[in-house]
Design a protein around this ligand. Sequence first.
Ligand code: GUN
Ligand code: FE
Length: 427
Amino acid sequence: MTNPKTFALKGSICFSADPGHLVSEENAYVICENGKCAGVYRELPERFRGIPCTDAGNSLIIPGLTDLHLHAPQYSFRGTHMDLELLDWLDTVTFPEEARYADLEYAGKAYRIFADDLKKSFTTRACIFGTLHVEATELLMDLTEETGIKAYIGKVNMDRNGPEDLQEESAESSAKATVRWLEDAQVKYRNVRPILTPRFIPSCTDELMTKLSAIQQNYRLPVQSHLSENPGEADWVKDLCPDSEFYGAAYDRFGLFGGEGCPTIMAHCVHSSEEEIALMKQRGVYVAHCPQSNTNLSSGIAPVRRFMEKGLNMGLGTDIAGGHSLSMLRTAADAVQVSKLRWRLADDSQKALSFAEAFYLASAGGGSFFGSTGAFLEGYDFDALILDDSFWAYPGTLTAGERLERLAYIGDERCIAGKYVCGEKLF
Ligand code: GUN
Ligand code: FE
């Protein structure tokens, strides 16, 4: 019997195995063997003759993209209230909306819309914040599980500086709710996994961080949070943590900043000091660079070239609803654009990103948080997108790389004609 997860896709294949360049092969085959990529070929190798082959014609075939940072409950209000900076935006818009997820009926409606759109998006892997509510977060996990996308999803922890209706009563009750959630969430799913999610330092007391550290070790959980995003936030952390030399140290003193057995994603890192960057490198912390959010919330422009020079782990995030678009292809274009402004306005010794570099971050860069994903290399999970760009007519011929770059700037989800995760066809 043939394995349904062994097949070939034929088309214009484009991917990035290292930040320097895009690999493209026109009229070529990419093989999925039992859910794993078995390479890209101009001719179908002998041993694969006879496997099912989908001919995508002139369409592009690219690896699935990874969104390293987004907030599912904020999807509802994306693209509104974009005239505020981070802390005011949290207090006046974000926290009141997240408080609504205590109501499971509302949560169900909102998360259904989110999950449907995520399924149709360029994203095949995602690291997602829920809210502090256990039931609503499980509902989000149920709905994300059904999409077939692979995701880490976190119940948020926050026991200080929130409004009355979006704050856990104590460190104790926050930790207890987390354990209750984990006992269920750890065993229930095939596609989604729990991730420990202290919102950010201003939202978590030392007592809570101590308890979360014990939970992290006990359950061997990955961690996601926010770091050095916005000047107002960074000043606040300095006041809250006078003993920490820099923001990242305030996580590190609780063992929640990467290192052995604690894979960690920190979103933003716009205002990271050299010491903070050095510690991220040492601990293998992933940077989730979120260019659209950093623009919308006037946070600044992250020193992405510096992170690349230092060899940090890094991917891209939409940071919905700091960012307004769920498109990871758009996010790659945004990363290029803001890097040009940084080069021009802030530091002309730091070259802007090329599209190939930004695409690498959106695919293999962020994908590596999930293991071997995000490139058409042998043994990698077979996550793939078929992109039909014929809607965006062109009078001549373009290379596959040019077509992909063009889609990042002028295209949208309407171009996605097929989507696969680990060899499973989602549509
Ligand atoms: N810092 C703490 N919470 C948030 C959030 O919801 N969004 C962003 N962008 N930054 C945060
Ligand atoms: Fe965020």
